[in-house]
Design a protein around this ligand. Structure first.
Ligand code: GAR
Length: 207
């Protein structure tokens, strides 16, 4: 691939969405290259999965805050992603809110997967929020990242039923399966240049 579309992935957890995307890249379903994987958690499974695939992977200490990166950490994340010349940043279970300087550095080029049908249940443990609320259908959402929490323009959504005997764990597991289908499809559409953003609406580009 000459000048492949370059993806940087950020995650804090086990990295199953990263694996789905890396597998889709390897299978030729996403015309791109995963250039770098970064994590704020030294023991995160996502780093192990990346290293197994010979993808550069790095832990960056997040600093003193619990829900965001401190200034030094933010600068280091931006530096690594810029040096890797990424075209798109894919958040795959990255559990910190990204702020001003990071967002400005990559405006319109950051996407996230969220485990609910946004705008319902933004924030933490969205599958548990859905279960507690008693909805019969939930799902997952892939969206662009803006300055709010899970509030950016929606790229794709997939529904998942809530079953009577669901626990938080069983529901999250079913949502994960949907995420693994939806996220690679959305990243592929972006890498192929197939979508455009009109206000809050993400629509197919007219050819
Ligand atoms: C996914 O379910 C993702 O939607 C969620 O974390 C999980 C990461 O799993 N993200 C958020 O809740 C972000 N607000 P993974 O590490 O196996 O990809």
């Amino acid at each position: 691939m000459n000048n492949p579309f370059r993806i940087g992935v950020l995650g804090s957890g086990k990295g199953s969405n990263f694996v789905a995307i890396a597998d889709a890249v390897a299978a030729g379903k996403i015309p791109a290259q995963v250039a770098i994987v970064l994590s704020d958690v030294e023991s995160a499974g996502i780093l192990t999965h990346a290293r197994e695939r010979k993808i550069p992977a790095q832990f960056i200490p997040p600093g003193k805050f619990r829900t965001k990166l401190d200034e030094d950490a933010e600068r280091e994340f931006v530096k690594q992603l810029q040096e890797s010349k990424v075209d798109l940043i894919v958040l795959a279970g990255f559990m910190r809110v990204l702020k001003g300087d990071f967002l400005r550095a990559f405006e319109g080029r950051i996407v996230n997967v969220h485990p609910s049908l946004l705008p319902s249940f933004p924030g933490l443990e969205a599958w548990k929020q859905a279960l507690d609320h008693g909805v019969k259908v939930t799902g997952c959402t892939v969206h662009f990242v803006d300055a709010g929490v899970d509030s950016g323009a929606i790229i794709g959504q997939q529904t998942v039923p809530v079953l009577d005997n669901d626990t938080a764990e069983s529901l999250h597991a079913r949502i994960h399966v949907a995420e693994h289908e939806l996220y690679p499809q959305c990243v592929a559409a972006i890498a192929r240049g197939e979508i455009s953003v009109v206000g809050r609406r993400v629509i197919a580009k007219k050819s």
